[in-house]
Design a protein around this ligand. Structure first.
Ligand code: ZN
Length: 149
């Protein structure tokens, strides 16, 4: 597997350099300790994405030279448009992360938007921006498929 792929599959926990959360017996769900855990994860993830966006811009400025050969120029334009699409995706993700950080501050984090039950720490560690519990998410995906099909 190429090195860049390995890096991309790096988990969000690894980016934030945190271990999976260990709950104490009888600990309150989404108490201050748990919220801090997710603040740290979401903050580190957002910073990493911001760096990536910044790197893309720098890279494009460095490389934006005028190739005399039209083939080279076309290849460069294609590369840039791919990078712009990636950057767009990253920007959207950053917005979503910031929205999720706001949910933490509003005491609204960790509960399903649809049915209100606890989304669960393990699911949130895998997908910190999840707004639905696994059941509602599965149902939403089935509905989506039915609409499309
Ligand atoms: Zn639900």
């Amino acid at each position: 597997m190429p090195e860049s792929k390995v890096k991309k599959s790096l988990g969000i926990l690894a980016i934030a350099e945190v271990e999976p959360y260990q709950e104490q017996a009888g600990e309150e769900y989404m108490g201050e300790a748990q919220l801090n855990h997710f603040r740290k994860i979401l903050g580190a993830w957002r910073n990493q994405l911001r760096e990536e966006v910044g790197r893309t811009v720098n890279h494009m400025q460095d490389e934006a030279s005028n190739f005399p050969d039209p083939v080279d120029r076309a290849a460069q334009e294609e590369e840039f448009s791919l990078e712009l699409r990636n950057r767009d995706r990253e920007r959207k993700l950053i917005k979503k992360i910031e929205k999720t950080l706001q949910r933490i501050e509003d005491d609204d984090f960790g509960f399903c938007d649809s049915c209100g039950i606890e989304i669960g720490i393990r699911r949130l560690e895998a997908r910190p921006t999840a707004e639905l519990c696994i059941d509602c998410k599965t149902l939403a995906e089935i509905k989506e498929k039915q609409m499309a099909g």
